[in-house]
Design a protein around this ligand. Structure first.
Ligand code: SAM
Length: 301
């Protein structure tokens, strides 16, 4: 008997050896935290938590070959920079697990902070059934977080992309609790969206994480550049085309005293405060995220 590590027998692979091989493959592909991704992928394949996977590695448990093979296949895709969330089919967002995949923007941790501003504003509304609107909803992340965390709220979510809205529909069915209405439409022509007409002047909080990358600034990470939809990323020459449009047209939707909450790039805070103020919004203020970067601007109607 000897206890040399082995990648696989014919019918099993030892968990710690398998994880190390996965880590090395993804490290070679330039993945930032390949050990974490290896544990998450194996956990996904086994239907186990990351903690349980770590325990399996410590105990040198054997993994059945078909499952090890599935983990290796996903590892190859991840090493080719397919987003981890696409491979797992899920993305965490605040307390939710959203369905994601090709055709929809993967919700990001920085947007969780944007959600907090909108949730705080919505919770302060004295109305027993406050109304929120999420423009450019993508997977439905912001709309669903608002509905989930402000249980008396009604939320409308607008998205233009047919592919993205298919993902949002799944997520609304799973997490919407009957209080999220999904509307297909172009936020640069809000007045043409019939479903929003009854909300004119009644919206307490309008939130948006719109496309805001300047068209000349191609993202460095292949996960973003090659897998997030172009429509989700680019916002014209200075990135602010959609923001300008929202600032103007959202005025008619938001109630006096209501709030607008916008995510943006860290260099865009000042320009957004100026354009909001020029459109008549009051008290425009930009807020740093947990890393000190200006990523959200709020204002009042
Ligand atoms: C940056 S993604 C944000 C998605 C989601 N709100 C989130 O935070 O994860 C921007 C979204 O805006 C959508 N979009 C872009 N232009 C739009 C337009 N003119 N009208 C409606 N939706 C639009 C894109 O399809 C994409 O889903």
């Amino acid at each position: 008997m000897h206890d040399e590590p082995h990648a696989a027998t014919t019918d099993t692979a030892r968990a710690d050896v398998l994880l190390e091989a996965m880590r090395q493959r993804m490290s070679a592909g330039g993945i930032e935290d390949p050990a974490a991704d290896a544990e998450l992928i194996l956990g996904h394949v086994l239907g186990e938590s990351r903690g349980r996977v770590q325990a399996l590695a410590v105990m040198r448990e054997e993994i059945p070959a078909p499952l090890a093979g599935a983990a290796v296949e996903l590892t190859e895709e991840r090493a080719r920079r397919v987003p981890l969330q696409h491979l797992m089919g899920r993305a965490p967002f605040r307390s939710l697990e959203l369905a994601v995949g090709p055709g929809v923007f993967v919700p990001r941790p920085e947007t969780e902070i944007v959600a907090q501003f909108a949730i705080d504003a919505l919770q302060q509304v004295p109305d027993p059934e406050p109304i929120a609107v999420d423009l450019c909803t993508g997977s439905g992340a912001l709309a669903l977080a608002l509905a989930h965390e402000v249980p008396q709220a009604r939320v409308w979510a607008v998205e233009m992309s047919r592919e993205a809205i298919a993902w949002a529909e799944r997520n609304v069915a799973e997490w919407g609790d009957g209080r999220v209405s999904l509307v297909r439409g172009d936020v640069t022509a809000l007045e043409a969206i019939a479903e929003l007409a009854p909300l004119a002047g009644r919206v307490h909080v309008l939130v948006s994480n719109p496309p805001y990358v300047p068209s000349g600034m191609v993202p460095r990470d292949p996960e973003v550049r090659e897998h997030d939809p172009q429509l989700a990323l680019y916002g014209g020459a200075d990135g602010l085309d959609i923001v300008r449009s929202i600032s103007r047209s959202a005025r008619d939707l938001v109630a006096p005293g209501g709030a607008i909450v916008l995510e943006h790039a860290e260099t865009q805070g000042r320009a957004i405060r100026e354009l909001l103020s020029a459109d008549g919004w009051r008290a425009a203020a930009t807020h740093p995220d947990l890393t000190g970067r200006d990523r959200a601007t709020t204002a009042l109607r």
